[in-house]
Design a protein around this ligand. Structure first.
Ligand code: NAP
Length: 283
C-alpha cells in the first residue's frame, strides 16, 4: 500500500547470547514477506548479565521496537524485566516473548508451541510421558504436556537435584538418568529436552527396545533436524515430532502481536528453514 511507504517499518527481533544461529529471523521475515508487512525482524546479541539485558531492552523500547523473542540465557531475565506477565510465563518461571508498550509484557509461547506441535499429530500424546532433561526448556514442555492432558509424567536428568526440583514444582515422578531405558515400558510419549544430539554435543544414548510400538517420540533439538534419537525411533516405526515443529509454532503469537498479520505454520515455511539448515550443514 502506498501510504505504508511513508511509515516507519515495524521492528522486532530475537535477543540471545549467542544468537547468530537463531532461525527465528528466517521464520518472521518469511511471514512478513508473504503478508506484505513493512517490517524487519533482526538478531540482537546481548551479553549474559541481567544489567546488560535490561539496558538493551530499554534501548530497544526507545528505538520503537514492538517486541522481541528471548532465548538462552535471557528467558528468566525477560520475566524479571517485564512489568506484567502471562500466567504461562509465571508458571514456567521464564518468558520467550517481550512486548513493549507503556508496560512491558512477558509471555511464554514455548509452551503452546510444543503443545501445538505434538497436538497436531494423529497419534495423541497419551496419558504417560518421560521427559529427559530438567533445564530451562523442560519446564515449558512439562506445562505443555499437562495442558495436553498427560497425567503421569516422569523426568530423568543427569543432575538429579534438578529433576527433583522440577518434579516437586509440577507434581512429577523422578526416574534415574542412568536407568532411563528402563523407564520406557509404560510410556506413550518420550521427549528429549536435553541438548544431547545437537550438533557439537554427544548423542543421546538410550535403548528404545522397551518402548511400546504406539509411543510418540519428540526431540526439541533441531540442529540436526533428524537427531540420532529420532533416527532410531523412526527405524523402529515410531511416529516422531522434531524440534522445528515447536520452533515454528512458538513464533506465531509474536508475529501476530508485533506485525499484526497472520502467520501460518506450513510446508513452505518448513522448506525455507530446511534450506537454511542444509546451508549450515545441519540437516
Ligand atoms: P539448558 O537449560 O542448558 O538445559 C540443558 C539440559 O541438557 C539439562 O537438562 C542438562 O542436564 C542436559 N545436558 C546437557 N549436556 C548433557 C550431557 N552431556 N549429558 C546429560 N545431560 C546433559 O538448555 P535448554 O534451554 O533447556 O535447551 C535444551 C535444548 O533444547 C537445546 O538444544 C535447545 O536448542 C533446545 N530448544 C529447542 C526449542 C525449540 O523451539 N525447538 C526451544 C527451546 C530449546 P544437567 O542439568 O545435568 O546439566
Amino acid at each position: 500500500m502506498a501510504e505504508d511507504n511513508h511509515k516507519a517499518p515495524t521492528l522486532a527481533g530475537v535477543v540471545g547470547w549467542p544468537v547468530a544461529h537463531s532461525l527465528s529471523p528466517f521464520i518472521h521475515n518469511t511471514w512478513a514477506k508473504r503478508a506484505g508487512v513493512n517490517g524487519y525482524y533482526v538478531p540482537i546479541p546481548v551479553a549474559p548479565d541481567y544489567n546488560d539485558f535490561a539496558v538493551a531492552m530499554d534501548a530497544l523500547k526507545t528505538l520503537g521496537f514492538a517486541g522481541v523473542n528471548v532465548t538462552i540465557p535471557h528467558k528468566e531475565h525477560a520475566l524479571r524485566y517485564a512489568s506484567q506477565a502471562s500466567d504461562a510465563a509465571r508458571k514456567a518461571g521464564a518468558a520467550n516473548m517481550l512486548t513493549f508498550g507503556e508496560k512491558s509484557f512477558a509471555d511464554n509461547s514455548d509452551i503452546t508451541g510444543f503443545a501445538e506441535a505434538v497436538g497436531a499429530r494423529s497419534s495423541a500424546p497419551g496419558k504417560t510421558a518421560l521427559v529427559l532433561g530438567a533445564g530451562g526448556a523442560a519446564r515449558g514442555i512439562v506445562l505443555a504436556l499437562q495442558h495436553l492432558g498427560v497425567k503421569e509424567i516422569a523426568v530423568a536428568n543427569r543432575t538429579r537435584a534438578k529433576s527433583e526440583a522440577l518434579a516437586k514444582a509440577f507434581g512429577l515422578t523422578v526416574a534415574d538418568w542412568e536407568d532411563r531405558g528402563k523407564a520406557l515400558e509404560k510410556i506413550d510419549l518420550l521427549v528429549n529436552t536435553t541438548s544431547l544430539g545437537m550438533t557439537g554435543q554427544p548423542p543421546l544414548e538410550i535403548d528404545l527396545a522397551g518402548l511400546k510400538a504406539s509411543a510418540l517420540v519428540a526431540d526439541i533439538v533441531y540442529a540436526p533436524l533428524e537427531t540420532p534419537l529420532l533416527k532410531a525411533a523412526k527405524a523402529k516405526g515410531h511416529d516422531t515430532v522434531d524440534g522445528l515443529a515447536m520452533l515454528m509454532h512458538q513464533a506465531v503469537p509474536g508475529f501476530k502481536t508485533w506485525f499484526g498479520a497472520d502467520a501460518a505454520v506450513d510446508a513452505d515455511l518448513r522448506a525455507v528453514l530446511l534450506e537454511e539448515l542444509k546451508r549450515r550443514g545441519g540437516a
